[in-house]
Design a binder for this molecule. Structure first.
Ligand SMILES: [Zn+2]
Length: 280
């Protein structure tokens, strides 16, 4: 799910920030230290979100360079009320790659500016892929973590991920003009508006496919995924199942879909029948 690995970004010169240290492997730590110029120091370590492929190396890097780790919060921080309630109710699944031990030294909030020597990063809280996800703006460049990746649509797996929030966060960053996106996986995105339009259309397309499939009658989640994701390799169906569940929760909240007997991956999902037509 990480494509060719995690992109770690170094911001500034001389005294720098490191964005997303990456997975806890000696090779990743060595690569970051090797990428620093001689006598360069790290003043800040920023983490877009508490998935282990982004955050797990943070403690070792912090120790190696004596810099604090800044992030939105621990692994389940920023969870929407809806997802918190589903998690409390025992919603099965989720938790893919969560860095449960992640403990930043300082917490970042939306709109905050992190100032370094010769650089400033503005924090945008972009929940959806995970509740505590941040994007970081450096002028007109946006470090997008896993909110927008350079290679594939993001996983939105409830209760960590929330499709309603994810779509709102795509629209939110789309309200600004960006010169480029620097993602956590894949190549830099040179046409951010086009990439956002593609991702939004992809999600809206999946939603339409789900509604179309359910118009033939109620379906279980696996049956729905076999229909809607017929073009996706079977090996990716477990991930597709999580994205489909995220859509179904969003559709249930919008009263377009009903889950029976209760909202869970084991439920049967059907369309809400149209209400009676009343004449004023
Ligand atoms: Zn992630």
């Amino acid at each position: 799910m990480t494509h060719t690995g995690t992109n770690t970004w170094i911001v500034g010169q001389g005294t720098v920030a490191v964005i997303d240290p990456g997975p806890a492997t000696p090779a990743h730590l060595a690569a970051i230290l090797a990428a620093l110029s001689p006598h360069e120091t790290v003043s800040h370590i920023l983490v877009t979100h508490a998935h282990a492929d982004h955050s797990a190396l943070a403690p070792a890097l912090a120790k190696a360079v004596s810099a604090p780790v800044l992030a939105f919060g621990p692994a389940t921080s920023g969870r929407s009320a809806r997802m918190a309630a589903l998690a409390a109710g025992g919603l099965a699944g989720g938790g893919e790659g969560l860095d449960h031990g992640f403990a930043p030294d300082a917490l970042l909030t939306d709109g905050q500016v992190v100032q370094g020597t010769g650089w400033a990063l503005t924090v945008l809280h972009t929940p959806g892929h995970i509740g505590g996800h941040l994007c970081l703006a450096l002028g007109a460049q946006l470090f997008t973590g896993d909110h927008v990746m350079g290679w594939a649509p993001s996983l939105v797996s409830p209760p960590d991920g929330d499709m309603t929030d994810y779509m709102a966060s795509l629209l939110r960053i789309g309200a600004d003009r960006w010169a480029g996106f620097l993602p956590g996986h894949g190549d830099p995105v040179e046409d951010p508006a086009a990439r956002l339009a593609t991702l939004i259309a992809h999600r809206q397309g999946r939603e339409a496919q789900i509604l179309r499939a359910l118009s033939g009658g109620p379906l279980t989640l696996p049956a729905l995924v076999r229909t809607v994701y017929a073009d996706t390799a079977p090996a990716l169906h477990p991930a597709a199942m999580r994205n489909a569940l995220a859509h179904l929760i969003d559709l249930a909240d919008r009263q377009l879909v009903i889950a029976s007997p209760a909202l869970s991956p084991a439920a049967t999902f059907g369309l809400v029948p149209p209400g009676p037509v009343t004449r004023a």
